[in-house]
Design a protein around this ligand. Structure first.
Ligand SMILES: Cc1cc2nc3c(=O)[nH]c(=O)nc-3n(C[C@H](O)[C@H](O)[C@H](O)COP(=O)(O)O)c2cc1C
Length: 314
């Protein structure tokens, strides 16, 4: 359906999923996805898509994330930039993409909607989404409010929709891929694992921090605002949680979590200077491979697992 070689998708990542990373993923035979809102305007997105085309001739997508923001975002203009640039795969996330579906469908775009509950997956199917990507509690970023891990969430979702399901959250290696396929998904979506690759545009210190961190080194923030997000466990995220427990509102919390601060972390490599997004899978990540080597390793080891360890079951 997506024209890709391997059942692996690189999810949209604010400030991270730029052309360098997404093109490397697509060139590896998986699906690279640019993040629309990393570009300051729809015009910049058009240029980024053009840059992407210079780096790969393989299929790729663009992520459009609908989230509460302090400044209104011209979503329809970003969507039109995607369509007019001829992109045929869009990953939506955050809110229901309903109002954008007619335009996307009319342009022949395949829509992957990423959500965190089977109820939202059913809704996505109802409005004509082609593929649903289901993000479990393990995931980096917006985990939703139900805290259901992938082991339950993936088969629950597969049971409730007839469109293909991509498993997301906590995937980083062949074991995860094989498990996702066993749970009924058609493939996996990875964020954190791709953030920690050679082509990822984040500072080397961030990648090193991921390789050193364990699965316990993440923290959920913004639960009090029903906008729960999994981020790296630093002093600042601890402060945010403490403020939330003390009943602080968006006026006090907002300045600590603004996107620009997170962006600064990826550029400076100072892991304590802002809130930055990462998933529990960091506990299983201990290297910084090139995307091509990573995808090849996952596929090779998955074949090995199925034909070796799992074949023994028969
Ligand atoms: C640094 C970072 C930024 C992210 N930004 C976005 C985003 O803007 N939109 C979105 O839909 N998902 C975003 N995500 C979530 C990923 O697309 C993906 O769903 C998630 O990382 C999967 O969990 P994993 O990290 O365990 O693989 C982000 C993830 C990371 C690590």
């Amino acid at each position: 359906m997506l024209g890709i070689e391997h059942p692996i998708v690189q999810g949209g990542m604010q400030w991270v999923a730029r052309a360098e990373l997404a093109a490397a993923v697509s060139n590896a035979g998986a699906l690279g996805i640019l993040t629309a809102l990393t570009q300051p305007s729809p015009e910049h997105l058009r240029r980024e898509i053009a840059r992407m085309r210079e780096m790969t001739d393989r299929p790729f997508g663009v992520n459009l994330t609908f989230l509460p923001t302090l400044k209104p975002v011209p979503y329809a203009e970003y969507r039109d930039a995607i369509i007019e640039s001829g992109v045929k795969i869009v990953e939506t996330a955050g809110n229901n993409p309903g109002e954008h579906m007619p335009a996307l469908k009319a342009a022949g775009v395949r829509v992957i909607h990423k959500c965190t509950t089977p109820r939202h997956a059913r809704k996505a199917q109802e409005i004509g989404v082609d593929i649903v990507s289901i993000d479990g509690y393990e995931c980096a970023g917006h985990v939703g409010e139900n805290d259901i891990p992938g082991l339950i969430l993936i088969p629950a979702t597969v049971a409730q929709v007839s469109i293909p399901v991509i498993a997301s959250g906590g995937f980083g290696d062949a074991r995860g891929l094989v498990a996702a396929l066993a749970l009924g998904a058609e493939g996996i979506n990875m964020g954190t694992r791709f953030m920690c690759t050679r082509e990822s545009p984040v500072h080397e210190s961030i990648k090193q921090a991921i390789t050193r961190s364990s699965e316990t080194d993440t923290r959920l923030i913004l639960r009090s605002l029903r906008n729960t997000s999994r981020v790296w466990a630093n002093q600042l995220s601890a402060e945010v949680v403490a403020l939330e427990r003390a009943g602080a509102g968006i006026d006090r919390i907002g300045p600590l979590v603004v996107g620009a601060k997170g962006r600064g972390v990826y550029e400076s490599g100072d892991v304590e200077s802002g809130i930055w997004t990462v998933g529990m899978i960091q506990g299983l990540i201990d290297d910084i491979p090139a995307c091509g080597d990573l995808v090849r390793r996952i596929m090779d080891q998955a074949h090995g697992l199925v034909s070796g360890r799992l074949a023994a079951l028969l």
